[in-house]
Write a protein that binds this ligand. Structure first.
Ligand SMILES: *Cc1c(COP(=O)(O)O)cnc(C)c1O
Length: 366
């Protein structure tokens, strides 16, 4: 992107989010799942903006949404007025009335949460929608196997409009892992306690594990945003994000000159350095220091030195036509979120969610 003619911007780090691509990805996942498919928009839509994304997917026909916290649910509720909206992290003490007020479904994961929700619904004289999370191996949230029969007691559930029983996969992106089949078997036994309740199973990668992992509601997040749900194989998702940073200065370094905090890079020969206005406060992770690259007109500019709070430095020797004010690509056609993650020693999820911090966000179509 050569944007010399654009009006002066107040930001030097620009994230573009392609809502049409996210909508296309949702359709791809739904068609692949062959059954109803939700959208996970927690963490502000994986850093990309939960409200515009949820509104776009609602317009596309998506009617089930997930966030992690009640505060996130309340923020997105007005954009998706009549959709099913559930909070994955469960029902905090004292929060039941707030859930009921905004028609937000808690994902219940302990007997205490079940009892709290049931008694709150009965006290309000109405039934409240909820999901039940059963643990099948993650050991984070969800009823342990030993509590499932207790949780299925109809007296205990009185007042609860139990919409789905769900579980969450440990290693869905690794189809060869035996834990997938083990979780499948444990989930089937748990669901046998709830013969008439629909099920919710696969996340993004789980959708690609095959028909046995189909349920009444898939819960993809990452793949909507273009992260590859099938690592090691071709990415079936459309790219949805670009990230550009503005070049603030170009400097000519002599052999022996060092760059940035702690002088972790030293020029071996004369070189041209581009200083870009993005740093870890924008979510460009410090673990990119001396790893990865940006691109300008397809030319690779290796990242040199430490990523600092507001600045990142690149070897621009190969791009003599680069000028101050130009925008260089950090995520885009030449470097996917998964590529950036590999350079930074993390996953695409962390690369995207980190960008929620300070970048300017632009949505297309406008
Ligand atoms: C975050 C989350 C998802 C979405 O997972 P992706 O791998 O991003 O598709 C689904 N279910 C639960 C319980 C989650 O926490």
């Amino acid at each position: 992107m050569k944007a010399r003619s654009q009006p002066p911007a107040g930001h030097a780090a620009r994230l573009t989010v392609d809502l049409d691509a996210i909508a296309a990805n949702w359709r791809t996942l739904r068609d692949r799942h062959g059954a109803p498919t939700a959208a996970v928009v927690k963490a502000d839509g994986y850093g990309l903006g939960a409200i515009p994304i949820a509104a776009r997917l609602y317009a596309e026909g998506c009617r089930h949404f997930f966030v992690a916290h009640l505060a996130e649910a309340r923020a997105v509720r007005p954009a998706i007025p009549s959709a099913f909206l559930a909070v994955l992290n469960g029902l905090p003490p004292g929060a039941a009335d707030a859930f009921l007020d905004d028609d937000i479904a808690p994902v219940l994961g302990t007997l205490a949460e079940i009892d709290d929700w049931a008694s709150s619904c009965r006290a309000r004289g109405r039934s409240g929608a909820a999901m039940l999370h059963v643990d099948t191996g993650m050991n984070r949230l969800g009823l342990p196997e030993a509590d499932v029969a207790l949780g299925a007691n109809p007296d205990r559930l009185r007042g609860i409009d139990l919409r789905y029983v769900m579980t969450h996969l440990v290693s869905s992106e690794a189809p060869e892992q035996p834990v997938n089949a083990a979780q499948h078997a444990r989930f089937a036994s748990a669901c046998a306690h709830f013969p008439h309740v629909p099920t919710s199973f696969a996340n993004s990668s789980g959708i690609f594990l095959g028909d046995a992992f189909r349920s009444d509601l898939a819960r993809p997040g990452a793949a909507l945003y273009g992260i590859n749900p099938t690592p090691g194989r071709a990415n079936p998702m459309a790219p949805a994000v670009t990230l550009h940073a503005r070049v603030l200065q170009l400097r000519d370094l002599r052999a022996g000159d060092s760059v940035g905090y702690n002088a972790t890079f030293t020029a071996a020969a004369p070189m041209r350095l581009a200083v870009a206005g993005i740093g870890y406060a924008d979510g460009w992770l410090r673990s990119h220091s001396n790893r990865g690259a940006a691109f300008f007109d397809g030319v690779r500019l290796p990242l040199v030195g430490r990523v600092s709070m507001d600045l990142t430095t690149y070897d621009a020797s190969a791009a003599p036509h680069l000028r101050p004010g130009d925008w260089i690509e950090l995520i885009g056609p030449h470097c996917t979120p998964d590529d950036a993650a590999e350079a930074a020693g993390t996953n695409g999820y962390e690369v995207l969610t980190a960008l929620a911090r300070r970048c300017e966000r632009i949505y297309t179509p406008a």
